[in-house]
Design a binder for this molecule. Structure first.
Ligand SMILES: Cc1ncc(COP(=O)(O)O)c(C=O)c1O
Length: 391
């Protein structure tokens, strides 16, 4: 039996619903590995050939962590970044041996699992560092760690003022191997880099202190996608992008100099087509009523797939190269489209909810703008029951 999350398209298949096996529900996220390669090369180019820690948390932003990680490592990524110990374990169980940084909060109770799976956690508290060192000693191994410094994000991390003495203390712990230091920007996506500059000053100040103390920290990182694209000073020894790998820019406003290709398309096929007279209500709450004789298509996609309910009566899809509106409320498993103006439309026709057909394109940014969120949430929100097909 195939794994539920992934499927490989046969070679030569197009980036369309035609790539989805006919025996499956035709709703799928198509993952364009060429686009992923292109975006990875952009990361390398924009970061001046620095090492790359590819962020693959949250199922690689909805693209499928295992296949995306394998692909990026094949292209030369040096490290992977996840949020959870469980995400790291999933990569290890899939046979991925590359260094994996766990960038989220770590509980002392998770120390043994971290050591067992050779993950690289962040340390930012004495209790956490001691639990990791104890687990490593108990298991007769070393645990490699990076120190997390909070320079202005206000999330996990030590204030830079305390980090120096903390580091001096933890380097003495047997079993713990300090490899790196990192911080995270709160708003490097803004054109105005005033606050990012303040964060940089705090981070650089700390590194100066550590250098003076002679504490070796070979791996230093801060650059998310925003910094890779627009803040050269923050590139340090390794960059840590997520979003741009998947083809989207986090930067404020349109930027001509950003060359990224969306990796994911969300596609399906028309399940049912009906002709209705004027005055017929469609979907829950009867919020849409046909104004004319209409053709209404039902597609097997709903909010349980991550096609957000906020797209009710305002979302759009592409059918036969034409944009069509969502008619009525998005249901849990189905959505209706008004396809009255699509000549020749048929049951089984391909539908793009994210992606391109002909000259039309709908992006995760378009959906985010309509639903009051960001592309990150749209991509991560595509649920696990949507088959990922790699092309
Ligand atoms: C600690 C950390 N580093 C890097 C990233 C990647 O950020 P982006 O997807 O904006 O490149 C994230 C994502 O949220 C993060 O939490």
């Amino acid at each position: 039996m195939r794994a539920p999350f992934t499927e490989d398209a046969r070679p030569g298949r197009m980036l369309s619903a035609g790539s989805v096996p006919r025996s499956d529900r035709p709703t799928a996220a198509l993952i364009d590995l060429d686009a992923l390669s292109h975006n990875f090369r952009e990361v390398v180019r924009r970061s001046g050939g620095r090492k790359v820690l590819a962020v693959v948390k949250a199922q690689a932003y909805g693209h499928g962590a295992i296949r995306v990680s394998q692909h990026l490592l094949g292209l030369g990524a040096d490290m992977l970044g996840v949020a959870l110990v469980e995400e790291g374990r999933e990569l290890r169980k899939a046979g991925i041996g590359a260094p994996v940084l766990v960038m989220g909060a770590v509980y002392p109770e998770q120390a043994e699992a971290i050591v067992r799976w050779d993950l690289t956690p962040l340390v930012y508290s004495r209790a956490g560092a001691v639990a990791l060192a104890d687990a490593a000693m108990k298991m007769g191994k070393d645990v490699t760690v990076h120190v997390k410094v909070d320079t202005g994000m206000g999330r996990i991390g030590l204030p830079p003022e305390d980090a120096g003495s903390f580091i001096e203390e933890i380097v003495k712990l047997e079993g713990l191997r300090l490899q790196g230091i990192m911080t995270h920007f709160a708003d490097a996506d803004l054109r105005d880099k005033q606050f990012a500059e303040r964060q940089m000053q705090r981070f650089e100040g700390l590194m100066h202190v550590l250098d003076e103390k002679g504490i070796p920290l070979p791996v230093r990182h801060a650059a998310n996608s925003a910094a890779v694209l627009d803040y050269e000073r923050a590139l340090f020894t390794i960059v840590r992008p997520g979003l741009m790998l998947y083809g989207y820019s986090p930067l404020e406003g349109e930027r001509q100099d950003v060359d990224l290709r969306p990796v994911l398309s969300l596609v399906t096929r028309i399940a049912f087509l009906k002709r209705t007279p004027a005055g017929i209500p469609i979907s829950y709450g009867r919020t849409f009523v046909t104004k004319r004789e209409s053709l209404i298509a039902t597609i097997p996609v709903g909010y349980a797939d991550g096609y957000r309910r906020g797209l009710s009566n305002c979302g759009e899809a592409i059918v036969r190269g034409l944009r069509v509106p969502v008619a009525g409320r998005v249901c849990m498993d189905m959505t209706m489209l008004d396809v009255t103006d699509v000549p020749g439309v048929c049951e089984g026709d391909e539908v793009a909810l994210i992606g391109a057909q002909g000259s039309e394109r709908i992006t995760a940014d378009d959906i985010a703008a309509k639903t009051g969120t960001i592309s990150y949430e749209v991509l991560c929100g595509i649920s696990s029951r949507v088959l990922r097909v790699y092309i």
